[in-house]
Design a protein around this ligand. Structure first.
Ligand code: 5GP
Length: 199
């Protein structure tokens, strides 16, 4: 049975390097809505400063596939086509929606489209970098990826930008705080009318 939920599901996507994580963390701290970030599972290695259970659940490929087999994911995807899997665990999302929370999924476009099929009422937001030159600058600036990974992320980003029209809202990120404020405003506008159901 697919119960109606009083909470809201919010999907936030955008290419790697666009500043998504910074925008999302600003949104969580500054927006007055009952927002909670869904912590994804991933098979990639943690970066310096990343904490297991906070930024991601870092798990092995074997564990990931066992969970997938068990249908524990609301969606999952091999994001950069280099053997690193990412997935949204379904149970904590549903539990939070039932409690009336606004659950934020920070996921890639492929995953977002899967979620939208099951939760058509979800609010979808695409954070846009403006152009690819700007994006490449930001990716290099953060110094967390090797050259090969940067090239891969830029190629994926180009494809993701073409998919932006699938989202209800496209927000250009020029300044983190302003972008977070804009998104909070969009969520406030839609918040009152929505009740999430699954199919
Ligand atoms: P990063 O490795 O830089 O943390 O994340 C890489 C990409 O994976 C980002 O675009 C992010 O949105 C996406 N991602 C993170 N978690 C998930 C998830 O659970 N599912 C999907 N489909 N993508 C995810």
């Amino acid at each position: 049975m697919n119960p109606p939920y009083s909470g809201q599901l919010i999907i936030i996507s955008g290419p790697s390097g666009v500043g998504k994580s910074s925008v999302v963390s600003e949104l969580l701290s500054s927006c007055e809505l009952p927002l909670e970030l869904s912590v994804s599972a991933t098979t990639r290695e943690p970066r310096i400063n990343e904490v297991d259970g906070v930024h991601y659940h870092f798990i092995s490929l074997q564990e990931f596939f066992a969970k997938r087999q068990n249908e524990e994911f609301l969606e999952c995807a091999e994001v950069f086509g280099i053997g690193h899997w990412y997935g949204t665990l379904e149970k904590p999302v549903r539990e939070r929606l039932e409690k009336g929370r606004f659950v934020v999924l920070e996921i890639d476009v492929e995953g977002a489209l899967m979620v939208l099929k099951r939760f058509p009422e979800a609010t979808s937001i695409f954070i846009h970098p403006g152009d690819l030159v700007e994006l490449e600058k930001r990716l290099r600036g953060r110094e967390t990826e090797k050259e090969e990974q940067i090239q891969r992320r830029i190629a994926v980003a180009a494809k993701e930008l073409e998919m932006a029209h699938h989202y209800q809202h496209i927000v250009r990120n020029e300044e983190i705080q302003a972008t977070a404020t804009k998104i909070c405003g969009l969520l406030n506008q839609t918040g009152e009318e929505k009740i999430c159901t699954t199919n």
